[in-house]
Structures are given as structure tokens and as C-alpha cells.
Unconditional design. Structure first.
Length: 556
């Protein structure tokens, strides 16, 4: 099965399986391969796959489709070819076939030929310390973050409770934020988290206060309703017992502030007072339901009253009318006084509660912004000082970077930086020059020998400084690439290259070239002719590159 692998671009390393049929490529959802970039058209190109034959067709894209560096409207491709779509360079491969990327024999070992002066016997280069050794995890064992940002599945789970909680948090919560940080600036994530924290603090602090305040108000209203119901019961109990119902009255209770309903009724729910509702019954409503429950309780011997909040903003208090019944001479409950109060008048309404929440949110937001700004500056300041100190150390004004700020988690980073700066300052060009020792060749010193090598193998040559800017290119490379030396000197190759795919491949080779290591090489088509392009970092192993040599040799 064929596959396309992104060898240069935003998601370098991503691979896509290519099946028979039509494989569409573009930035819009619905394509088989979706490449998110403004330089990629909605439907950029299509691959027509039929067995071992693959044809790429451009679909009228804005920036065009390139095959091995050449603009192609429709072209057959084979394993090893590279298709450039926008800023993405994808290589076609067909496992298990392997494309050889060995450096041509004529160009191998160029670093050995060009060493100035002759190097001493080279020792094996020590492997760089891994992130897990430089930054050991808090719980011991394997560092939970792999190179790609994913969580290492082999980390040992701690046995203590604190370690288990931290381990679970790191493995099940933090991966979401790590992934978010790959897509969004950390300052935006921090602002979002602070906003959520402020909103949560307002809700969790103001809401309980409002509920507590409301509960106190309801209890006070309940005591008032119970007091008025008890007054009605004590005044009217003798009249109800003697059946002098015409003398039963509500007095000032009926018109009191907040009273929704005040009645005196017998145990069957028949209203005795007020006179306007005489002989009516308490049948419907929450107060009527509670009255039926109270009457049943009074018949069963209950002598104390009931009080309950029923519905939204309504509280009902019921007190029994106890008196001596003349006909039997016994003391009994002969009726009940029912008082219903409106609690909403004494508690905050939605609008008022909203104002309270708004004020608390504004004050918390202002305070939170101040705290966020302080933390933001507190986070950046150590790195600003580190940058300044590194510059001073490299200039020789300081021996090592300082540790003025107390951040325990950054201590390993400071140690690594100090160690690296010591190696650079002691073994680098500046220190050797200051000590009067030969500082070694400059980039210009390499040009003469490199021209001889390029001439011997009939190769196009570009010599670039340690800053990746062109300092020399020979006429053959000018002829091959169309880049003119008089305008290219002092520029980066990616800036003057006519073909954006060439710039992408060169940038990729630069990122992989290591001083003292083997040359990095790729195939590339100049005007439809295949060349082997290789870049080698020249200088002593373990030191920064003095310069870079780019050679372009015609294949075949």
C-alpha cells in the first residue's frame, strides 16, 4: 500500500495511507487528506491511484501543485517523488520498498577533507541527556511527557495517596491542557482558566450567602406568621367552642403587611371567618392541603401547630383552637387558625440577586486581572533575566547565569544552561582567541577547498555561514537554480529560491545537519532534471558549525 509522508511543513512526520481510487487533498473538511493552511486551496489536488500507477492532478489551486520542485498540472508520480502542496512537502513511498538516502561516494567524508587544522582522533560523541534525565518526574520513574507531548504509558504508579493523586492528575487531566497549549498561546489558556476560576468563586461564595440570608428571612417570616395564627386561635377558640361563630373575627391580622390569607376554620375545613367567606371550604391550593394534614393531626391528639413553606414564596402557619366544649365539658381542639405569608417581599428577587452577582463578578474580575498580570510578569521575568545573563556570559562579562528568582522547578534548566555555556565559553572561538590560541578557520576559509571539491565532482555549490546566509555560490549552481550570486549573497537560500519546495527542503536539511555528522541529502528536480542535494555542517564535532556546504549533483 502506498503512503504519503509529510517531510516538511507544519505537521511534519504525519503519514497518510493511499488506496486505489481518487484521493483528494485540500484544506476543506471532506477531502481524504486535509491540510490546514491558508496556502492550501479548498480542493487543491487529487491523486488517481490504479494499482501501481499514481497520477497527480492539480484542481485549479491558487498556489499550484509541485512534483519534485516543478509545477505540475497533471503528472505521473512514483515512490520517492515529492509532492509540494502549499507549505507541505510530502514524499510518496510504497512499503516494503525502501528508498535509499545514502550520500554519493564522491561526496562522502567531506568534513574529514576540510578539517582545519587536522583534527585529533575523534572520540565517540556522548548522547545528549534526555528530557527525562534532566527533568526527573516528581513521582520517580519515567518522565510522564514523551517527546511528542503524549503521556508515557510505562511510568510506575506511586503507592502513597498523594503520589497517586498527582499521577492521576498528570495522566488524565493535564494531557488535555498540554494538547491545548500546542494549539493556543499559554496566556490565552491562563486567561480562560482565571475567568472560569473567578466565575466559580463568585457562584460558590455569593450563592451560599444568598441562600443563608433567604433562610434567615423565611424563619423570621415564619415566626411572625405563627405568632399571628396563635393570636387568632387564642382569641376565637371560646367563640367557636360555644358556637358563637358570629363573634369570630380576624382583627388586624387580615390586613397585615405580607399576609396572603388569614382564616379561622373548623376541623372539616369550613371557613368561619372572615365573614365574606363564611361556610366556604378550604379545598384547593397548597394551604388547603396543609390544612387537611393539620386537621387530621389535631384529631389524633396533636396540640402543637404546623408551619411549612409551600410553593414559591409562600409560608403557611396553622395553630389549633383549643377550648372546653360546653356540651361535653371536655377540653378539645375545636378548629384551626390558618395564616399564609408572602416571603418574596422580604427576600431578594432575581433582578436584585443578579445585581449582587454582577457586582461580585466585576470586583472579583478586577482583582483576578491584577493577580493574573502579576503572575504573568512573575513568570516572564526569570526568562528575561536568563536571556540577558546568557548574552553576558557569551560576551565574557559574566561567569554563569544567576539564580535570583526562587523557582525550584527551573533549577535543572539553569544547571543545563550553565553547563552548556561553560563548554561554549571554554571551547568556543571567542575564548581561544582571547587566550591567543588559533581560533580555527572562518567560513571564508572553507570556500577555496569546497570549490575544488565541487569542481571535481561537477556539482553546484553554495557555501552558507553559521547564520544560514549565503557567502558564495558557484556558476554551476546559478545555472541549475536560476539564482544570481550578485543578488543572493547575504540572503538566506529560502528567501531567494524561486521554488518554494526548494526552500522547504533546504530548511529541513538544515534542521537535521549536525557538526561532525554525516551529510543530509534529498533528491530534488531543477527544471525537470533530478539532482541530489546535500547539506553538511562543517566544523569540529561538538561545536557550533563554522559554515554549511550545499552541493547539488546530477543523478545518474
Amino acid at each position: 500500500m502506498f503512503k504519503l509522508t509529510v517531510v516538511s511543513g507544519p505537521n511534519r512526520g504525519a503519514a497518510y495511507a493511499i488506496r486505489d481510487g481518487e484521493v483528494t487533498i485540500g484544506r476543506q473538511a471532506g477531502n481524504v487528506i486535509v491540510l490546514s493552511s491558508a496556502k492550501v486551496s479548498k480542493r487543491h489536488c487529487v491523486l488517481l491511484v490504479s494499482g501501481d500507477e499514481i497520477t497527480v492532478q492539480d484542481q485549479g489551486s491558487s498556489n499550484g501543485t509541485f512534483v519534485n520542485g516543478s509545477l505540475a498540472k497533471e503528472r505521473r508520480v512514483k515512490p520517492g517523488d515529492r509532492i509540494s502542496v502549499g507549505e507541505f512537502v510530502m514524499e510518496l513511498s510504497a512499503p516494503p520498498a525502501k528508498v535509499s538516502k545514502s550520500v554519493p561516494v564522491a561526496l562522502a567524508g567531506m568534513a574529514n577533507v576540510l578539517d582545519f587544522p587536522a583534527p585529533a582522533a575523534r572520540r565517540p560523541q556522548p548522547q545528549a541527556a534526555s528530557a527525562s534525565s534532566a527533568f526527573p518526574s516528581a513521582g520517580g520513574g519515567v518522565d510522564p511527557l514523551a517527546a511528542s507531548g503524549s503521556i508515557a504509558s510505562t511510568q510506575t504508579v506511586p503507592r502513597d495517596l498523594k503520589g497517586r493523586v498527582l499521577w492521576a492528575f498528570e495522566h488524565y487531566v493535564m494531557p488535555f491542557f498540554y494538547g491545548l497549549n500546542l494549539k493556543s498561546e499559554w496566556r490565552m489558556i491562563a486567561a480562560g482558566l482565571f475567568s472560569v476560576a473567578i466565575l466559580a468563586s463568585v457562584v460558590f461564595s455569593v450563592y451560599p450567602l444568598l441562600e443563608t440570608s433567604r433562610g434567615m428571612v423565611v424563619r423570621e417570616v415564619g415566626r411572625r406568621a405563627k405568632f399571628m395564627a396563635r393570636q387568632l386561635a387564642e382569641i376565637n377558640a371560646p367563640f367557636v367552642a360555644s358556637r358563637a361563630e358570629s363573634r369570630v373575627e380576624l382583627g388586624m391580622v387580615e390586613g397585615a403587611d405580607g399576609v396572603r390569607m388569614a382564616v379561622v376554620a373548623d376541623l372539616d375545613g369550613r371557613i368561619i371567618a372572615p365573614a365574606s367567606r363564611l361556610n366556604h371550604y378550604l379545598v384547593t391550593g397548597s394551604a388547603a392541603a396543609l390544612s387537611k394534614r393539620a386537621a387530621a393531626a389535631f384529631r389524633n391528639g396533636k396540640e402543637s401547630g404546623l408551619m411549612m413553606e409551600v410553593g414559591e414564596g409562600t409560608l403557611v402557619a396553622i395553630e389549633p383552637l383549643r377550648a372546653t366544649v360546653p356540651s361535653t365539658g371536655r377540653h378539645a381542639v375545636v378548629g384551626m387558625a390558618v395564616v399564609s405569608m408572602d416571603t418574596s417581599l422580604a427576600t431578594l428577587q432575581m433582578g436584585e440577586a443578579g445585581n449582587v452577582y454582577s457586582q461580585a463578578l466585576i470586583l472579583s474580575g478586577v482583582f483576578g486581572l491584577l493577580i493574573a498580570f502579576v503572575l504573568y510578569r512573575l513568570t516572564l521575568r526569570p526568562f528575561q533575566v536568563l536571556n540577558e545573563d546568557m548574552d553576558k556570559v557569551l560576551k565574557g562579562d559574566m561567569a554563569q547565569v544567576t539564580r535570583e528568582f526562587k523557582i525550584e522547578e527551573l533549577a535543572p534548566l539553569w544547571d543545563i544552561i550553565n553547563s552548556t555555556l561553560q563548554r561554549v565559553s571554554h571551547g568556543g572561538e571567542g575564548a581561544r582567541s582571547a587566550a591567543g590560541v588559533d581560533s580555527g578557520p572562518t567560513a571564508e576559509d572553507y570556500v577555496g577547498p569546497l570549490r575544488s571539491v565541487a569542481s571535481a565532482v561537477n556539482a553546484g555549490l553554495v557555501v552558507l555561514g553559521s547564520d544560514h546566509k549565503i557567502i558564495y555560490l558557484n556558476p554551476l549552481f546559478e545555472e541549475i537554480s536560476g539564482i544570481r550570486g550578485d543578488s543572493a549573497i547575504g540572503q538566506e537560500l529560502s528567501e531567494v529560491a524561486r521554488d518554494q519546495a526548494l526552500g522547504a527542503i533546504v530548511s529541513d536539511l538544515f534542521s537535521r545537519a549536525i557538526t561532525g555528522g554525516e551529510a543530509m541529502a534529498e533528491n530534488f528536480d531543477f527544471s525537470g532534471i533530478s539532482y541530489r542535494v546535500q547539506i553538511e555542517a562543517l566544523g569540529k564535532r561538538g561545536e557550533a558549525a563554522r559554515c554549511y556546504a550545499l552541493l547539488a549533483v546530477k543523478n545518474g
